[in-house]
Design a protein around this ligand. Sequence first.
Ligand SMILES: [Zn+2]
Ligand SMILES: [Zn+2]
Length: 360
Amino acid sequence: MEKSPEEVHPVKVFGWAATDTSGTLSPFKFSRRATGDKDVKLKILYCGICHTDLHQLKNEWGFSKYPMVPGHEIVGEVTEVGSKVEKFKLGDKAGVGCLVGSCRSCENCNNDIENYCSKGIATYSAMYHDGTPTYGGYSDIIIVDEHFVVRVPENMPLAAAAPLLCAGITTYSPLRYFGLDKPGLHVGVVGLGGLGHVGVKFAKALGVKVTVISTSQSKQKEAIERLGADSFLISSDPDQLQAAIGTMDGILDTVSADHPLDPLIGLLKSHGKLIFLGAPDKPVELPVFPLLMGRKLVAGSGIGGMKETQEMLDFAAKHNITADVEVIPMDYVNTALQRLTKGDVKYRFVIDVGKTLRAE
Ligand SMILES: [Zn+2]
Ligand SMILES: [Zn+2]
């Protein structure tokens, strides 16, 4: 007989899980492996609610596994380390993002881009090497190989740091890789949600001029006064678009809903780069002619490798960058997911797992 999630492994864990595509979470008992030689055991303190969690809970990408304990923006305290662990000691604050494993030997892994390893193991709704399911951070304990754990710098507020593990690295990595990280450059950020708002902060800290591109006038004040963007552009306003044509070196497009690309490509200078960070569920319509007229590039980028994730957190700490968060108790999670569906959060929900998750 197949073992129940509680009996598969020796370490008892409590969390909240969805059992079907309704996406409603409820308390759930399961288990994790014992701390291995290279493993770090974390008592989870905070976990962000990423837009991915919504898609995965409802199986919108078609590969969800149930029961599902979501959560890949995890910050916690080290409570146990394996005998061969080098980077962590008891009491350290540490983070786990979207990845808990990879093959460690392919070209991607050897080049510190484990995030692009074809055998990468997602933090939840995936399978470990041993064939048992991965469960995410809406739970009290997680045990992860230290290679996939990052140090959270001393001075960082933990709740507001949690979303950096996904939203932070997702925006930091393309700014660096595509060379949109130099003072004097001009970068557009499309969409001011969980990703976009930290993208603005990282770009500003890198010395880049930032224009927020949005469909909603109501975000202008926020974008400029609260997040420090230099300017604001309504993407549906032909006059504003016309005025900004050919002015941007790059655009981070965080929007996964269908939206026209032609105007965005028009905003780019020659050699400008349009980079997708959100994942639309249908193929997008890409006008090619405007790409030819200026040797422009369209690309995608997904999270970042472990080395870069650490670099991102250290950079964030140095520049006082965190996410703007609404901290919620565990039992508010279903309401939070509904509000997130409507975009009703500024800008990230973070679950106070440490203080509000109670085993029942
Ligand atoms: Zn995420
Ligand atoms: Zn690999």
